[in-house]
Design a protein around this ligand. Structure first.
Ligand SMILES: Cc1cc2nc3c(=O)[nH]c(=O)nc-3n(C[C@H](O)[C@H](O)[C@H](O)COP(=O)(O)OP(=O)(O)OC[C@H]3O[C@@H](n4cnc5c(N)ncnc54)[C@H](O)[C@@H]3O)c2cc1C
Length: 397
């Protein structure tokens, strides 16, 4: 391979680029990224950045500038010509390739109805969103967060630290139930309430209206929530439109095997991160349910696939040392593996009895298949070891 193009300069793309160079790939490498900023830690936007006003420069990925590549930051890929093997850029350039890494991630899902005035409406996916939100928070006293998922709760927690009045609105009674299981999700709701967040859960939104200075959310029971700004955390949409019809086999994400190879493309095409859907032939039912696999790990594996390097010691699906972390109202949340109470039975860890210091594991067919902890890292570490020995649900490539 003489000419690899990585599209998307964030977690998955930068990880792939590092790995390519680390494996000794010394031919032409091009990295294309839509954002003008240096590649940065997106996960910190709703944490240290909003909470502690961390300077944006401190979000920058360490060592990214050491990657020897032709960088096109601030330019989007607008099309893919698979026959001619080139990527079209927004500046009119055509970049040829013989190996392509697609790592264009996702963007925040927008409110489905048009809003007359988008001023008070905020989303949080990119650094520019976070800068705009940070500025708005400094001039607000009441905030409505629509969506009580991880990011919604992190934003609400940051608002509380700033002394703002916050309401979370979500149509689900337990917003994090699918991600953490019902018991942990319940604890998360308690944490929010104890921190002073107003909760309007299990209530559909009938309409959102805006003026230049505020947002009004009308709920199904005809009550209204008024605020200076509304922050919407209602999911994501993968950035795959630029590929046209090429290689898309599962709704809007790119269908790949467990090595990151794009299923409906010849060798030389890999995809990683939030734009990709990795599905294993060995255990399709597990992959189908969308287990959390770190985009960083996917980038690494995809790069190895592109160069035909060995995958020994790499688990394509959740590895035993790999877990999801969030942070709500001063309590770290960790989870690994299958943590959905519809699929596995939950058991509270020994010596733990709920709320702060919460930890427990999930069982399926006699194996420990997942674990979750809230404010209890020591118990979580112990449970991770059980998950490690549990499993044939870990799939290695
Ligand atoms: C506020 C926030 C907090 C989060 N917290 C956590 C957390 O605590 N734990 C966790 O596990 N995950 C967290 N996540 C999710 C995590 O950040 C993502 O899973 C991860 O960033 C995905 O990496 P990625 O490289 O696949 O895609 P992205 O990070 O989405 O990067 C894709 C990049 O590609 C660029 N791009 C898009 N289209 C094009 C194009 N056509 N041409 C060129 N470039 C393009 C985008 O601008 C972007 O820079 C959080 C996300 C957010 C927004």
């Amino acid at each position: 391979m003489q000419n690899i193009v990585v599209v998307g300069a964030s977690l998955a793309g930068i990880s792939a680029a590092h790995t390519l160079r680390g494996l000794g790939f010394d031919a032409k490498l091009t990295i294309v990224g839509q954002e003008t900023h240096a590649p940065y830690r997106r996960d910190l936007l709703s944490k240290q950045f909003l909470r502690k006003n961390m300077p944006a420069e401190q979000l920058t990925f360490q060592r990214y500038s050491e990657i020897d590549a032709d960088w096109f930051l601030g330019h989007s890929a607008t099309g893919l010509d698979m026959a001619r093997q080139c990527v079209h850029l927004s500046n009119g350039y055509e970049i040829p390739y013989d190996g392509l890494v697609v790592a264009t991630g996702a963007r925040a899902r927008r409110w489905p109805q048009p809003l007359d005035n988008s001023g008070p409406i905020h989303y949080l996916r990119a650094l520019d969103d976070a800068l705009r939100l940070q500025d708005a928070l400094s001039r607000s006293s009441r905030v409505t967060v629509i969506g009580g998922g991880f990011i919604g709760n992190e934003v609400a927690a940051a608002c509380r630290i700033k002394g703002l009045d916050v309401t979370i609105v979500d149509s689900r009674p337990l917003p994090l139930e699918n991600e953490l299981g019902d018991r942990a999700a319940d604890t998360c709701v308690d944490l929010a309430a104890c921190d002073g967040v107003n909760l309007r859960l299990g209530t559909e939104i009938r309409a959102i209206s805006t003026t230049e200075t505020g947002a009004t959310v009308l709920l199904a029971d005809n009550s209204v929530v008024e605020s200076d700004i509304a922050v919407l955390d209602i999911g994501t949409v993968p950035n795959t439109e630029w590929l046209g019809e090429a290689a898309l086999q599962r709704s809007d994400r790119i269908l790949c095997d467990e090595s990151g190879a794009v299923r409906q493309a010849p060798p030389g095409y890999v995809a990683a991160g939030d734009a990709a859907f990795w599905k294993s032939d060995a255990s399709p039912e597990l992959a189908d349910q969308g287990r959390w696999i770190s985009p960083e790990r996917q980038g690494r594996i995809a790069a190895r696939t592109l160069l035909g390097a060995s995958h020994k010691h790499e688990h394509s699906f959740v590895g035993p040392d790999e877990f999801m972390r969030s942070d709500h109202y001063g309590y770290p949340i960790h989870s690994i593996g299958i943590t959905d109470s519809r699929e596995a039975q939950f058991e509270l860890a020994e010596g733990v009895d709920g709320c702060r210091g919460f930890a427990g594991s999930f069982w399926c067919d006699g194996d420990t298949v997942g674990a979750v902890a809230i404010g209890n890292w020591p118990a979580f570490r112990g449970l991770v070891n059980k998950v490690r020995s549990g499993g044939d649900w870990l799939v290695s490539s």
